[in-house]
Write a protein that binds this ligand. Structure first.
Ligand code: DHB
Ligand code: FE
Length: 260
């Protein structure tokens, strides 16, 4: 039986593909290159990474799908891409814990709160966080060297909807660019970098899940994120604080960054 949705999708696909080919009038050689590009993209996916998701990200398609599926209610935090480095079973941590594990870098405290779109604090919300190290690598990209998950954790908000933790300041990083997507970026004259950010996935029973990042203000790639993930409302100051009493009451011997 023909599924009406599949019929609609495939008719639109054929219409747009034909219009595309009519517009660019590929030579036979160009057509072969296109087939080869997609074939190599698929083979890359067989190995370990999902090159098709990377392609979707680098063409801005992932952000478009996100925008269609997650209209942001007034007052709510905006969404952005999930990315490939989320891990289902992140270590459970307590508010105030340091999640940097064996990683070294500039100390950072992150303080935040979860509330409903109309501003009521949400206690017991699940807050998953993950971010890169000072060199722009996630734990899962260097598990052989560090031997454990780090710079990622799952927190629960307290009675006032608040959470906080210590870690190290993340850095900008390039998306994997040694495959077909890297070849495409090169041909387009684009760099492969994402500005520094911390990922958040926030869930609470009865509420839609929020997938977002907070970006570090001042990063040089904020205007040219390779996956088009930046929204102005998601850029926050990382305030450099002198040694002394930190926002969680702890005495700190070194300068640190505070992200709110
Ligand atoms: C992220 C990384 C990617 O390689 C990508 O395509 C999209 C997002 C990220 O971790 O933020
Ligand atoms: Fe990321």
């Amino acid at each position: 039986a023909t599924d009406p949705r599949i019929k609609q999708v495939s008719e639109a696909l054929v219409r747009h593909l034909h219009a595309f080919v009519r517009e660019i009038r590929p030579t036979q050689k160009e057509w072969e290159y296109g087939i080869d590009f997609l074939t190599r993209t698929g083979h890359m996916c067989d190995d370990k990474r999902q090159e098709f998701i990377l392609l979707s990200d680098a063409l801005g398609v992932s952000m478009l799908v996100d925008a269609i599926n997650h209209p942001v209610p007034d007052g709510a935090t905006e969404t952005t891409v999930l990315g490939p480095f989320f891990v289902q079973a992140a270590p459970e941590k307590q508010n105030g814990d340091d999640i940097s594990g064996p990683m070294e870098g500039d100390p950072m405290i992150v303080t935040g709160s979860v509330s409903t779109a109309d501003g009521k604090p949400l206690a017991g919300a699940v807050v998953d966080v993950w971010h890169s190290d000072n060199d722009g690598y996630y734990d899962v990209q260097q598990l052989d060297e560090i031997g454990e998950l780090a710079m990622r954790a799952r927190f629960h908000t307290d009675a006032n909807g608040r959470f906080h933790f210590w870690s190290i300041k993340p850095a900008a990083y390039p998306i994997p660019h040694d495959g077909p997507v890297g070849e495409m970026l090169e041909a387009q004259g684009r760099h492969p970098w994402r500005p520094a950010h911390v990922h958040f996935m926030i869930s609470a029973p009865g509420f839609e899940q929020l997938v977002t990042h907070v970006f570090v203000a001042g990063d040089k790639y904020l205007d040219s994120d390779v996956v088009f993930g930046v929204k102005d409302s998601l850029i926050h100051d990382f305030v450099r604080c002198p040694p002394g009493r930190a926002p969680d009451g702890r005495m700190v011997d070194n300068a640190y960054y505070h992200l709110t």
